[in-house]
Design a protein around this ligand. Sequence first.
Ligand SMILES: [Zn+2]
Length: 171
Amino acid sequence: MHGPSRIRFEVEKPLGKLAKWLRLLGFDASYQGDADWRKEKDAEFPRIRLTRSQKTLRNETAGAFILIESDHYLKQLRQVINATGIPLSNLHPFSRCLRCNVPIRTTTKDSVRARVPDYVWHSQNEFTVCPRCGRIYWPGTHAERGRQVIQELFGTDKNLGVKNHDKFEKR
Ligand SMILES: [Zn+2]
């Protein structure tokens, strides 16, 4: 199946903010600034390269790419979504670690007791954790901005089944 939900990206420098927003929307977005950049290869589902460089395009002999035009992440996101035809139904917001690009997992409230601030533990009931870096996520103000961006991109924030999650790191 080659549905839009299988769309994956490899994002060149200096598009780190775009990569994070793609992750926030739920997409697999490998970033050039990360240690594991392009290590993983999947011939069946090749990544779409996002670049700001004309030079990169001339040097590439194969593969899909999008030459990002704007310096602003929201316009960049809009260009990617327009170019790929990603529908709202293919988004899985707040399902991926913004740092590691791996899917996060639900975890129990008890298990994060010592790892989040008291006020968070007492006020929140839903927590997720990154299996790679251990970062803990919970609903918060960061998710509000995420909702706003989705609304700006797609004209709606309804029927997303979104679980809002803020980012937070503490060891
Ligand atoms: Zn992580």
